[in-house]
Design a protein around this ligand. Sequence first.
Ligand SMILES: Nc1nc2c(ncn2[C@@H]2O[C@H](COP(=O)(O)OP(=O)(O)OP(=O)(O)O)[C@@H](O)[C@H]2O)c(=O)[nH]1
Ligand SMILES: [Mg+2]
Length: 482
Amino acid sequence: MVKRYLKSAGKQLGSKIGKQLGKKVGQKLIRQAENLNLQKRHRMGVTGFSRAGKTVLITQMTHSLLRVDEPLPEGVSRHPLSGLDLFDAGLLKPARLKEDQLARRSQFDFFRHRDSLMGQGRWPEPTRDLTWLELEIKRPQKPQALQQLVSADNLQLEIMDYPGEWLADLALPEQSFRQWSESAWELAQQPHRRKLSEPFCQLISEAAEQQQVSDALERKLADAWKDYLTAARAEGYVLNQPSRVLVPGQMQNYAMLGFFPVPDHLQLPKLQNSMARLFDAYKQEIESYLGRHFRHLDSQIILVDLLTALEQGEAALNELQQAMQAALRFFRYGNQKGMFQWLNRKIGRVVFAATKADQLVLSERIRLEKLLGALLNEIDPGNDVRARADVRYRAIAALETTRSLVDDHGQEYLLGRETDGRQQPYYSGRVPEALPIDWQTLPEQLQLKRWSPPVRIANVNQLLPAYQLGRVLNDLLKDDLS
Ligand SMILES: Nc1nc2c(ncn2[C@@H]2O[C@H](COP(=O)(O)OP(=O)(O)OP(=O)(O)O)[C@@H](O)[C@H]2O)c(=O)[nH]1
Ligand SMILES: [Mg+2]
């Protein structure tokens, strides 16, 4: 009763002051009123390039939180949420999946992903657009009467899923067209990309010789740039800009997507000007759209598919590193506590997670974690993120597809379902634990296998194992779940 009164009083106050101070501040006040009065909101950013494992992680996390009381299936010894303090203390109640009753934003298709993963043992399709998910998690009761009065009963956890390609564009707002043009051209000339960009480079060099570019040729150049980006993505390279050419989402057929680099040495000033106009319009769109959604986070999990990058080789890993460094500059980190926290939300807790660690036996997962730590030193050399937020790094498997076992001779091996359905012991080899990597010997040392999600009883309610998922949730949510 008292709580209900506080809630409505808080909202009324927020909206009254809000009207006076303008809509934006008003919304923040309402939000704060909600926080004060018993609805704690937490927006968790799941950040990761394409195929890093975002959709699988969100699905598995949601499923485990909804089905927390489900008995563990045979052969699974650890609950996917173990490591989350509230769960380990036996205090975690099943969460509630909240419907967006006003249908204001596109919903994360949880049930489809769950049916695919948990029911059919199939991985989800690549994500094509931004979607939202909201979960309500019961917080533990505070013993003191006064604290009970002012602390929120529930945590409203908000998560977004989106195509990982889009992260590459976070580096654009800080650049001018000229800067971008030079760096995109330079990247296209690097040995690992030269062959892929050849048709585009040839076409634009011919245009430069003739010193004129018709509308038709401009369209041809835009298509050639798109073909180049598509080919680069197929090779596993991530620095593909503008990414909306690859996955447009709501921007299907936007003319502003038709830009490509025109470096100074080509001496095509007219073309440069017209491309700069498109670039600036796109940059603004990215800044306002992604800025609106990505800038106001409370915590962040950064998924890094380090194992695939190791398989793809030095160029892919370098590019991943470079792209992550640029993307991280877009986010706002800072451990803000107290009154003004709500005025300027910042990311206070970050977990860097090397995903798909279930492709390795247990002892190798520790080495993978060390390698991730070394990579973090390269990505955040000046401790820019680490000085401002509480940063952890972990090797994880959102969905553990293998079991790590030891044979009679003490040799570790993996057992899981291979893509052709076979199950036989497999040893994936050694992962380097430090940088720099010896790229000559790596292919002999490490041979990864793709695994399918387990299909045990085709029961969509079954819990599936995870590696370190509970720990990660604890790292990110512990302030709000205690
Ligand atoms: N072994 C293993 N493979 C995983 C795991 N998570 C993801 N994968 C693999 O990685 C692929 C991509 O996972 P997604 O969750 O779809 O990746 P995403 O980050 O959502 O990718 P986009 O939607 O393209 O941005 C899956 O199809 C699986 O093959 C995991 O925990 N273990
Ligand atoms: Mg996805």
